[in-house]
Design a protein around this ligand. Sequence first.
Ligand code: F3S
Length: 64
Amino acid sequence: MRIIVDKAKCQGHARCWAHAPNVFTLDDEGYILPGDIKVAAGDELLAARGARSCPERALEIDGT
Ligand code: F3S
């Protein structure tokens, strides 16, 4: 599974990180780092929850 990050939409809500801190990395100001995320099999459930929790719809799930 992969998560496609639309960095331009991120407003720093950090809900993704709250669900899956192993998957989502934020910068010093709380914004998601750019670049697609390859999710390890064991992290998929929490990663999907985190992606769906983004109120700005900045995180698209690919491959589920
Ligand atoms: Fe940004 Fe959404 Fe996460 S606004 S910090 S991608 S919850």
